[in-house]
Write a protein that binds this ligand. Structure first.
Ligand code: SF4
Length: 468
């Protein structure tokens, strides 16, 4: 038993050997190459020589090569982008929170400053050192809900398994940065055994989310060992895997990987696109490979100031995701984790965005806006308020255009309100007591102004230039 646990641990560490190689490789000067990799779309001047360090265009599509050649230090970042300006604060931020950028993801950067969304999400910024007291290392209180190390069991029917601490690229806004990237390790055989033993005596767990870190950075064999162990728990109906590889390392979604995944249905994948710039032909093809294998793909977007806090931009992202057969699942308010103060938006911004999306996008393309509450409070959906008033006989609702509509409740034995109240039938009172069924907002001055403003925005060219 002990020997098999040791063997599991050794096997599960395949990806770690790569990670250790990466640290060595990424600090070395990559040899120049004239090759322009497939899927790379006009990188900044100076990046062509760096992306295909082996001088072989075929390696670009090799996910292991991409992992080995990640940018892992500020020095490597400056070699990749010679005109990049860094400060002592950049290095301090990189020391505090891990840095890794795949050559593929680096090739999506168009401007060398935080006005570029990809740059902002992966390049360290001195602003990460701002540390107000309400930010935490573990903002969701996950560590307090771990009955077994690495297994978070908070909601009765769900559990989350941290299968690895490694990611292909480290997001500057990561919620789990206390775990991800400080060391890069996969779950050991001992931990996996502890997990399956826990699941066997907790049949209330029907849904296991395999997360990290990013489980798709593990070798396919090591990942299969984890999935198989979870699938063997009789009570588990659904397995979900959280991964950002379709975004930062789309070549990881290989035929070999999807062949393995399809053996363990029902299995879902949730990925993490935040901006239309991340939807490239390569990432769309990765999502298509998963969908073709019968894996439903969902997306979790984090609302980030200066990156995607724009309703038309998110409408564009969600439309494209649906087109790529990826269902927008959650739009997250930024968690209260250290290093993200500059990314945080007011909750009201998310509500405003949801208000904009409703009525413009198919319901299929609209995610749920969620605040994952601090102190382990769980996910709280936040909606614009569509209920204006409620009486025993009628509920007054507001639609996306601001029209008010009275919905009669199924209480026919209650008499309609017969008297009193204002005499005219144009207000909420008339709707709530059933004297009137609808109050249109169409011709009101503010409504006309709002429609005109929205029409002018939606008429603009919203396509992100290099993914058109
Ligand atoms: S891929 Fe996920 S776990 Fe990894 S750094 Fe990004 S947000 Fe964090």
């Amino acid at each position: 038993m002990k020997e098999s646990a040791r063997q599991d641990s050794r096997d599960a560490g395949v990806a770690l050997a790569n990670a250790r190689d990466e640290r060595r490789d990424s600090d070395e000067e990559p040899p120049p190459s004239d090759a322009t990799p497939r899927n790379a779309q006009s990188p900044l001047p100076g990046t062509d020589a760096a992306v295909c360090a082996d001088g072989d265009v075929t390696v670009w599509d090799d996910w292991q090569w991409q992992l080995r050649h990640r940018v892992r230090s500020v020095a490597a970042l400056k070699r990749r982008f010679p005109s990049l300006r860094t400060t002592a604060a950049t290095a301090a931020a990189a020391n505090r929170f891990p840095l890794a950028i795949t050559p593929y993801y680096a090739s999506l950067i168009r401007r060398l400053d935080a006005t570029d969304p990809v740059f902002a999400m992966c390049v360290p910024d001195g602003k990460e050192l701002v540390d107000p007291p309400f930010l935490r290392d573990d903002p969701l209180g996950e560590d307090g809900d771990m009955p077994v190390p690495g297994l978070v069991h908070r909601y009765r029917d769900r559990a989350l398994l941290i299968a690895t601490t490694a990611c292909a690229a480290y997001c500057r806004h990561c919620t789990r940065k206390r775990v991800a990237g400080h060391t890069e390790e996969c779950i050991t055989g001992v931990r996996l055994t502890q997990t399956t033993e826990y699941l066997s005596v907790h049949p209330e767990v029907r849904d296991v989310i395999i997360s990290g870190g990013d489980p798709f950075t593990m070798s396919t064999d090591a990942l299969e060992r984890v999935i198989r162990a979870v699938r063997e728990a009789p009570s588990v109906d659904i397995i979900r895997i959280g991964t950002r590889t379709p975004v930062v390392l789309p070549m990881r979604i290989t035929d070999e990987l999807v062949r393995m995944l399809r053996k363990y249905h029902p299995l879902y994948v949730n990925t993490h696109f935040n901006h239309p710039a991340e939807l490239t032909p390569a990432s769309e093809a990765a999502c298509a490979r998963l969908a073709d294998a019968g894996v439903p793909v969902g997306n979790q977007t984090v609302l980030l100031r200066g990156v995607n806090d724009s309703a038309p931009l998110l409408a564009d992202l969600f439309r494209r995701l649906v087109r790529a057969r990826v269902r927008p699942y959650y739009l997250f308010q930024c968690d209260l984790v250290r290093g993200v103060e500059h990314f945080r938006t007011p909750v009201a911004k998310g509500i405003e965005i949801m208000e904009y999306l409703r009525g413009r996008l198919s319901g299929l393309a609209i995610p749920t806006f969620v605040v994952d509450a601090p102190h382990g409070g769980g996910k709280i959906p936040v909606l614009p308020n569509y209920v204006i008033s409620a009486s025993p006989t009628h509920t007054v609702l507001r639609n996306y255009a601001g029209d008010m509509i009275s919905y009669p409740e199924p209480c026919n034995d209650l008499p309609l309100y017969a008297g009193g109240g204002p005499a005219d039938n144009s207000g909420v009172w008339a709707l709530a007591c059933g004297r009137s069924s609808q109050r249109s907002n169409r011709n009101r001055r503010r409504s006309v102004q709002r429609r005109a403003a929205c029409d002018s925005v939606s008429g603009q060219q919203l396509l992100w230039p290099h993914t058109a």
